[in-house]
Design a protein around this ligand. Structure first.
Ligand SMILES: *Cc1c(COP(=O)(O)O)cnc(C)c1O
Length: 388
């Protein structure tokens, strides 16, 4: 049955049944696959046949996960990785050569920033950062060596919003590959390919799994680009395990319903915080006070699970707030069914210099909350008593 309904595809697009006619898809926990005869083996290795050979290249559970995400994102093909960072690294490493240059938004995930700054220079891959609020100046940064543009929206941890349509036009006009890390939105809230992205990356660890169990990553998009990523990855070996792929495929069945509740809870918490006298400011894409509210509304279905705010009183007040939290987890993950509070300045973004933190809007008193699926009254009650 063909449908364009997100929820139905998330549940019904699955592997065919085996001889046992199982209802739930089994886990193909196998490292390799067997061949009928010498000719079958030769033809398979020659890629004259599309079939599984070895789970570093492909595996039925990984293929099912990839197929679901491709349907959600409107992508042609994809490759699944052992973590979000494996997806980020392998995508860049497959597409960029020594001497190439890329443009990246300044506000990106901490480990991606470290990759570009501390490791890519040793292979002579260079980058220039641009400000997401100033896309008009991006074209001036393009050099003859520039191959790719990279960005995230909403950003981590500041939940800033970048105009995807505008960046998509810039990439097309200059024939550059546009890669978007869509992890904060999930494919349910935002599909960057519609706005001109060539590739979309996810950390499956976050909203896709949604229950804090497994690490995973995926890159989907244009099939020629994915083919280059596949050729690189089948040799270098960052493949997702079949077990984790199975977990992810199951989780995607409930993505829409989970993310709806995450967003409903997050908006209610953000609205509560906005009126609290111990809070300096609150940022959430679907709050009218967000500077990019109109763009968020244009490109996202809802605001996502992350709320950022600043406790009055700076670092010391921030510490006291964290120590007073009773139910919410002090942890570094996000997109989990459990609400999580993080202090970016002393944890996830502590490797950045004070100047870099300032440039990316990470203040000492800033708190990031990944709003979970507990009852919203209990989430608010814990935060309210901690603020008190
Ligand atoms: C977590 C995260 C990653 C990295 O994913 P892992 O699964 O932890 O390797 C990349 N980008 C963003 C935006 C993230 O939040």
């Amino acid at each position: 049955m063909k449908t364009n309904k997100f929820e139905t595809n998330a549940i019904r697009s699955q592997l065919g049944r085996t001889q046992f006619l199982e209802h739930s898809v089994p886990i193909y926990l196998t490292s390799s696959f067997v061949f009928e005869d010498a000719e079958d083996m030769r033809a398979s290795f020659a890629e004259e046949k599309e079939r599984n050979i070895y789970s570093r290249y492909s595996n039925p559970n990984a293929s099912e996960f990839i197929e679901k995400v491709c349907q959600m994102e409107g992508a042609e093909n994809g490759f699944a990785f052992a973590s979000g960072m494996a997806a980020v690294f392998s995508t860049f490493a497959a597409l960029l050569n020594s001497g190439d240059h890329m443009l990246s938004a300044r506000n990106i995930f901490g480990s991606t920033h470290s990759l570009l700054t501390n490791f890519f220079p040793k292979w002579n891959i260079d980058h220039t950062y641009f400000k997401i609020d100033d896309l008009d100046s991006v074209e001036a940064l393009i050099t003859p060596k520039t191959k790719l543009i990279y960005a995230e929206t909403p950003t981590n941890p500041g939940v800033d919003i970048l105009d995807l349509e505008k960046l998509g036009r810039i990439a097309k006009r200059n024939k550059l590959i546009l890669v978007i890390d869509n992890c904060f939105a999930s494919p349910y809230l935002q599909q960057p390919i519609k706005f001109g992205a060539d590739l979309v990356i996810h950390s499956g660890t976050k909203l896709m799994d949604g229950q804090g169990r497994v690490l995973a990553g995926i890159t989907v998009g244009n099939k020629e680009l994915i083919d280059r990523i596949y050729r690189f990855s089948r040799i270098t070996g960052p493949a997702l395990s079949p077990f984790n792929a199975w977990i992810l495929s199951k989780s995607l069945e409930t993505l829409a319903i989970r993310v709806d509740r995450h967003c409903e809870n997050a908006l209610r918490l953000a609205t509560f915080l906005e009126s609290h006298n111990k809070v300096n400011w609150v940022k959430y894409p679907f709050l009218k006070s967000h500077p990019k509210y109109a763009i968020a509304k244009k490109q996202m279905k809802a605001g996502g699970c992350v709320v950022a705010f600043e406790v009055k009183g700076g670092l010391e007040a921030g510490r006291r707030f964290f120590d007073a939290i009773k139910m919410l987890s002090l942890s570094a993950n996000l997109g989990d069914s459990r609400s999580i509070v993080t202090h970016p300045a002393s944890t996830t973004h502590s490797k950045l210099s004070a100047k870099e933190r300032e440039e990316t809007g990470i203040t000492d008193g800033m708190v990031r909350i990944s709003v979970g699926l507990e009852h919203i009254d209990d989430i608010i009650a814990d935060i309210e008593q901690a603020l008190r």
